[in-house]
Design a protein around this ligand. Structure first.
Ligand code: MN
Length: 192
């Protein structure tokens, strides 16, 4: 079988037992790229930060969740690529399954790389190329248009090469209070 970006995702899960989406790479789309942050009440509560690129969601687990405070540098540990459809997944991963616990869509919206204050919301090929290159070189600056997360952020790979940091850039969306305190789903507003 051809190697797919989602092989690792598939290998970790049993789709007869988990309600999570099957490992399908989505067809090329048009329009802005999607970002999603899921609150995952697994053994340890954490937030999964995902950026659409090349038909999948590039993913990082952020133990403390994102922050709108520029002095916070939030640890972001890369995890396996997730299917595009995972971006709207909410539900409970059953006991004994990988990542068992409740998942809600904590925030979502569109994003674009924003190096040099330029954005590519309406140029998907260029946006994806810049995201690909940014991930490769370990430094990606991007603008989020979500409900809770807005403005410019960076994901920067640390010198140990394994971990990344999620950092808010200074702009008019900076806040000092913990945005993770807003703990409801943006899709249904019922959980949390
Ligand atoms: Mn997770």
């Amino acid at each position: 079988m051809a190697k797919s970006a989602l092989d690792e995702y598939a290998a970790k899960r049993s789709f007869t037992a988990t309600p999570e989406p099957k490992p399908d790479v989505s067809a090329p789309d048009t329009g802005p790229l999607l970002f999603v942050v899921q609150q995952h009440s697994a053994r340890r509560l954490h937030f999964d930060f995902r950026l659409e690129c090349d038909g999948v969601l590039k993913s990082w687990a952020v133990p403390k969740g994102p922050s709108l405070n520029t002095s916070d540098k939030r640890l972001a540990v890369p995890t396996e690529d997730h299917p595009y459809d995972y971006g709207s997944f909410e539900g409970v991963i059953p006991p004994k399954q990988y990542g068992s616990g409740e998942v809600i869509v904590w925030d979502c919206g569109v994003y674009s790389p924003d190096e040099g204050n330029e954005t590519w919301f309406h140029d998907r090929p260029e946006a994806e190329k810049r995201v690909r290159e940014g991930i490769e070189k370990g430094k990606l600056s991007f603008l989020l248009r979500g409900e809770k997360l807005k403005g410019s952020f960076a994901l920067v790979r640390t010198s140990d090469k394994k971990n990344w940091l999620l950092i808010k850039h200074r702009d008019r969306h900076v806040r000092s209070e913990e945005v993770t305190g807003q703990n409801r789903s943006v899709l249904y507003g019922v959980a949390g």
